[in-house]
Design a protein around this ligand. Structure first.
Ligand SMILES: C[S@@+](CC[C@H](N)C(=O)[O-])C[C@H]1O[C@@H](n2cnc3c(N)ncnc32)[C@H](O)[C@@H]1O
Length: 311
């Protein structure tokens, strides 16, 4: 059960990421250790793999799974935005590869008991890092309607946000909304039946939005991408797997900006430096899983893998 998460685009990730088999690699979202196991097995005994996850359960699971990597491995319970400090503590200035596999693991969705799934009756928690204070319960029950609506629109691209929030407001005036199933049923009630999506649960977007807000997923990704250029050796590679358009848009745009980096002060009316590339993109369109992988692992259907190399 603990290894139930099937790593997505596994071969493509290791191929894209590992340019130097004796290099230093980072898996910023180790999860259940599927990708890390493959990366660890591909690098030589001189190589090193630094793994982080902000979920202590994920760290416990991957510690067990990756125990055979022993000397190559350093594993931390940490947010990936703390990577620069962790490298400093390890006496490492720059690395040769960084990998992120964003979003939730199947283990978190199905077995963590933290209300990530609309088909389970669990407390509305949704924290990946249980040391953080903000829970989905607090967001749903105490945030203003305007704020909630903005979250559903911006992070869930939910066009029924207004109606969902109105239904939530009416309910929370009566009593607090405590469980994931309660919330899922309110969303089902709020969206007209004729507009229920055919291929997914009507509460998919609401749950995605709440999870992103609770875990500050987009803020973390932005902070992280901003520091990546300073942490990579020449020839080092970054590979990022994302599962929805908000993340993918940010990754795609950042990689494009890296490629077309301009070093002029922002107040200059016109670029005077000529463009200086920080990275070259390794795949301009993004790699998508093949039909066979999606068939074996439906979770892979929305994945996009993008990579870039420090030049
Ligand atoms: C899709 S799973 C990774 C699965 C992993 N690649 C595997 O093969 O098992 C994503 C993981 O990223 C972690 N995560 C998400 N945001 C994070 C962050 N800002 N810092 C550290 N870990 C994070 C989650 O807790 C989760 O365990």
């Amino acid at each position: 059960m603990e290894y139930s998460h099937q790593p997505v685009l596994l071969e493509e990730v290791t191929e894209l990421l590992i340019g130097k088999p004796d290099g230093i690699y980072v898996d910023g979202t180790v999860g259940n250790g599927g990708h890390s196991q493959a990366i660890g097995e591909k690098i030589t005994s001189e190589g090193r793999l630094i793994c982080l996850d902000m979920d202590s359960e994920a760290v416990r699971i991957s510690k067990e799974r990756l125990s055979s990597l022993s000397k190559k491995l350093s594993l931390f319970k940490a947010n990936y935005v703390e990577l620069a400090e962790i490298l400093k503590r390890l006496g490492i200035e720059k690395v040769d590869g960084i990998f992120l596999d964003l979003g939730l693991s199947s283990y978190q969705l199905e077995h963590s008991g933290r209300g990530f799934s609309f088909s389970r009756d669990e407390p509305l928690d949704m924290r990946m890092d249980s040391d953080n204070k903000l829970t989905a319960h607090e967001v749903i029950n105490t945030f203003s309607s305007d704020h909630l609506e903005r979250i559903l629109r911006e992070y869930g691209e939910e066009k029924w946000a207004k109606r969902i929030v109105k239904t939530v407001e009416e309910e929370r005036k009566r009593k607090p909304i405590k469980s994931s199933l309660e919330l899922a049923n309110l969303v089902i009630k709020a969206i007209p039946v004729s507009h229920h999506p055919k291929a997914k649960h009507p509460a998919t977007r609401t749950f995605q939005a709440l999870r992103i807000a609770v875990n500050k997923e987009l803020e973390n990704l932005k902070t992280f991408l901003d520091m990546v250029p300073f942490l990579m050796n020449k020839g080092g590679r970054i590979a990022v797997l994302s599962y929805h358009s908000l993340e993918d848009r940010m990754i795609k745009q950042t990689m494009l900006d890296w490629e077309k980096q301009c070093t002029c002060p922002p107040d200059l009316p016109k670029c005077a430096c000529g463009k200086v590339s920080l990275f070259k993109r390794l795949n301009k369109r993004g790699i998508r899983p093949k039909t066979q992988e999606i068939h074996m692992n439906p979770r892979a259907r929305s994945a996009t893998l993008r990579g870039a190399e420090r030049v």
